[in-house]
Design a protein around this ligand. Structure first.
Ligand code: GLU
Length: 378
């Protein structure tokens, strides 16, 4: 089949399943990780930003602590995750380090992506890491996640991360080479599907019948992850990682399935903001800020002339111009009390006004939709 055109994607999330990284005896498959790191380093050199969502902590930790996964209780698995995670990330750090690339560990719980306040924190940190050429190695914070609040599988976590950072591609590497019309193991008529333009109920239904992976994510969870990501403007690829250099293999035509993104990440974010029903407050801005916003800039404290309503960081606020006209809306980086204190102030004065080193913007341009300006993108 035709190779995957990775040059179409700037920001990629690569999800690595446990079965690829960890052998049956709980040992880390270092050789394979080296080949993946070669690929990641090449992507970085070609100007892509890469985030890795990696499983494997529980599998490694279970062998370190002598825990039998089949009989383990939740606390045992959480302990295994704690012991395994440090080794997992150490391996990434070591191997990426050979390419001169720094790795950073980021552990997330569902609250970090579902709750808008925490979402802004995680997005800010991940953005800063990527801006510095660091590769975030992300996993669920299994040590504190309890059963009810878990993402449950790293496919879903990877999709949420892709949405959070507005990635344009998500690559799910596991031991299956794509999506089939039925379970290829039990059904000789099962056909490989190279491209899915829309994830319809039929597609979800077929996924339900298809087995995959020894990890917790089967084909159904992969397609559900693809649904989250494609709705967020991120194309999703299911591919096999059971070979060395799995990403180079994709470029040169290894079998895979692409689920096409619906629109772009920016349009998806703006559509969500435009449709947000609960608006908690209002920021009135001056002419200078109107121009800056129209030129694609973030809203800075210096351009704010009034703050109305009771809102918290991460709430949706309206932005209005000097004549009271509605310009758009966005996610507030500050609660109303702090925002009021920052009215008209220069970025350099924020720390004096608040008593702590705050963020430099009141509304970040990625979390902002302007009516009129952006409407054609929706
Ligand atoms: N977070 C788990 C781990 O690192 C894996 C979850 C999954 O495989 O989906 O072991």
């Amino acid at each position: 089949m035709a190779g995957l055109a990775l040059s179409d994607y700037r920001r990629l999330v690569v999800k690595v399943g446990s079965s690829l990284l960890v052998g049956a005896g709980g040992e880390l498959n270092r050789h394979w990780l080296e080949t993946l790191s070669d690929d990641v380093s090449r992507l970085a050199k070609d100007g892509h930003e890469v985030l890795i969502v990696s499983s494997g902590a529980i599998a490694i930790g279970s062998s370190v602590l002598g825990i039998n996964k089949a009989r383990a209780r939740l606390e045992d698995l959480q302990a295994a995750a704690a012991a395994g995670q440090v080794q997992l990330v150490h391996a990434y750090q070591d191997i990426l380090g050979l390419h001169g690339i720094s790795a950073a560990q980021v552990l997330l719980t569902p609250d970090d992506t579902e709750n808008r306040r925490r979402f802004l924190n995680a997005r800010g940190t991940l953005g800063r890491l990527l801006g510095r050429g660091v590769i975030p190695i992300i996993n669920e914070n299994d040590t504190v996640a309890t059963e009810e609040i878990r993402y449950g599988d790293n496919d879903r976590l990877a999709a949420r991360v892709a949405q959070l950072v507005m990635a344009d591609a998500l690559i799910l590497l596991s031991d299956v080479d794509g999506f089939y019309t039925a379970d290829p193991v039990t059904n000789a008529d099962a056909e490989h599907v190279p491209e899915v333009k829309r994830i319809t109920n039929d597609v979800l239904g077929m996924a339900g019948e298809t087995r995959s992976d020894v990890g917790s994510g089967g084909m159904a969870t992969k397609v559900q992850a693809a649904r989250i990501a494609t709705h967020a403007g991120c194309s999703t690829v299911i591919a096999s990682g059971t070979i060395d250099h799995p990403i180079s293999a994709l470029r040169s035509g290894a079998r895979h399935t692409v689920f096409r993104a619906e629109g772009t990440p920016a349009a998806a974010r703006k559509q969500w903001l435009a449709g947000a029903l609960e608006v908690q407050g209002e920021l009135c801005v001056d002419e200078g800020a109107v121009d800056a916003l129209r030129n694609g800039k973030s809203l800075l404290p210096v351009g704010v002339v009034d703050v109305i309503g009771n809102f918290r960081r991460g709430d949706v606020v309206n932005i209005t111009g000097p004549a009271g006209e509605e310009l758009g809306r966005g996610l507030a980086e500050y609660a109303n009390a702090e925002a009021s204190r920052l009215i008209g102030c220069q970025s350099g004065q924020i720390e004096d006004k608040l008593g702590y080193r705050g963020r430099s913007v009141i509304v970040h341009r990625d979390e902002l939709v302007l009516f009129g300006n952006d409407s054609e993108e929706l």
